[in-house]
Design a protein around this ligand. Structure first.
Ligand code: 5GP
Ligand code: MG
Length: 178
């Protein structure tokens, strides 16, 4: 497959869509086998939209629900420094079994923020499913329950992942060409 150009940078195919489909299928199989009761999947937008859509079609757990959130940072009025907030979580999630759907976990800073915000809502359990994981960049102790593929520290785009907001629509995952 041919390399592509986004914002004047060249990207080459790294994980073709057939391989992505196999990875997603296998993750769904593992999640189904975990027999999580009345699961509430929480898809972290924007990057996870395509992964979430594909994996949800393969989830067979009874009473499956999905909700979509976005992590926003804003400067508090009283205190200085960044405060994070989850936007989009409409319902009461107390005592729910949560499965976070992430496109990619790099340092783990985002994941840690999301988990601490969900814990404040007194959920029963939190599991994490990520399509891509960069073990060399990960700085946290939080266990990741379902990993699609571990990848080196390369910048990737496509299948929901962006480079400066473009490239999310690409069916394959590309990596920056050196
Ligand atoms: P973390 O907080 O784990 O360092 O980073 C998580 C976020 O950084 C992801 O949700 C994603 O938005 C972005 N990110 C990290 N690595 C990549 C990458 O290789 N490609 C793209 N497009 N985004 C990335
Ligand atoms: Mg993301």
């Amino acid at each position: 497959m041919k390399p592509i150009t986004l914002h004047n940078k060249t990207f080459e195919v790294f994980i073709p869509e057939t391989e992505i489909a196999a990875i997603v299928h296998s993750m769904a199989h593992n999640i189904n086998n975990a027999r999580i009761k009345d699961p509430l999947f929480i898809s972290v937008l924007n990057g996870s939209f395509m992964f979430s859509s594909d994996i949800m079609k393969k989830i067979t757990l009874p009473n499956t629900e999905i909700s979509f959130v976005k992590l926003s940072s804003y400067s508090g009025t009283q205190t200085t420094g960044e405060v994070s907030k989850l936007i989009g979580l409409g319902q009461d999630i107390r005592n729910r079994n949560i499965i976070i759907l992430e496109d990619i976990i790099d340092t783990g800073i985002t994941l840690e923020k999301i988990i601490s915000l969900l814990e404040k809502e007194e959920v029963a359990d939190i599991k994490v499913a990520t399509l891509l994981f960069k073990p060399e960049a990960y700085t946290k102790e939080i266990p990741i329950d379902f990993i699609g593929k571990s990848i080196p520290n390369d910048f990737v785009v496509g299948y929901g992942l962006d480079y400066d907001e473009i490239g999310r629509n690409l069916p394959h995952i590309f990596k920056l060409k050196n």
